[in-house]
Design a protein around this ligand. Sequence first.
Ligand code: TA6
Length: 308
Amino acid sequence: METLFEKVNKTTSVTVENEDKGLCLIVETVKSKLMLSLFGGHVLSFLNKTDMKERLWLSKKAIFDGKTPIRGGIPICWPWFSAHVSDPSYPSHGFARSQMFTLTSIRETVNNQDIIQTQLTLEPTQLGLYGYDNLQMNIVIVVSDKLEISIVSMNNGDTEVTLTQALHTYLKVEEIESTLIEGVTTDYNDKPSNTSGNKAPYPYLFEGEVDRIHTLKHSGYTQKQTVAVLSTHNAENSVQKPIVSVEQYGHDSTVVWNPGQEKSVQMKDMEDDGYLSMLCIEAANTSIAQIPLILKPNHIHKLTQTIY
Ligand code: TA6
């Protein structure tokens, strides 16, 4: 069985770093640079070399103690989203994001001696926890001029399993109060007011705490949704280039979250003004979906976000 270092040493685009953020992989191609923590299988950073802009937000107060879920980047919420439906004592957002992952494979695509794409596959070191005995999962990450990340879940048991999950992606924005999003148009459940059936705002602007689950009309998980994040500063420019865009599929819900100032101050792993420069756009399968995701025996489900 090859060690991590043996796998990485065979590649051109991947290196290992073990410093203040713990054991991380750095993937650098001609197109982009990505940093991933093996704790949580957690992408921390994605920078596109065309414009040298970081797409993801990472808290300056994130805790890298190998126990605490990392604040920022792309937390892997699996095999449940938010509080567990039957046992609230279980860890919020599942057990994947608070354990080590192993790198199972690396695949590089070369064009004229340049690495133009690198694919990483990772798997959790601990499965079968909290009664999820026969559920397996891989994280597949494709690094090019875009970042494509997927949670691939497999039911190896002989009974069906209800699965909720999220790619809980923290996007970097210039200033939340001059940010708007396009492409999120369906009704939402609002966590702060505990109400449902709320109409998506247009324009979709941000003020104070926003914690919303927009459920999609069920499409058999084939619906591709593109969410564009823009600045209101040059909104009059109709051909304005988004700050960042997310294309997602395999989801039945889109979660939109910004904690606002009060919650930001309360979180020990978030700067007091952290809320000003981040916005979570999450591809999710949730318990309030029109048809919750039930994984039948021997079935596979893929949840994907492409960030660019
Ligand atoms: O995805 C939104 C949300 O469920 C919010 O309600 C908030 O709890 C956020 O996730 C962060 O959760 P965490 O457990 O990472 O602090």
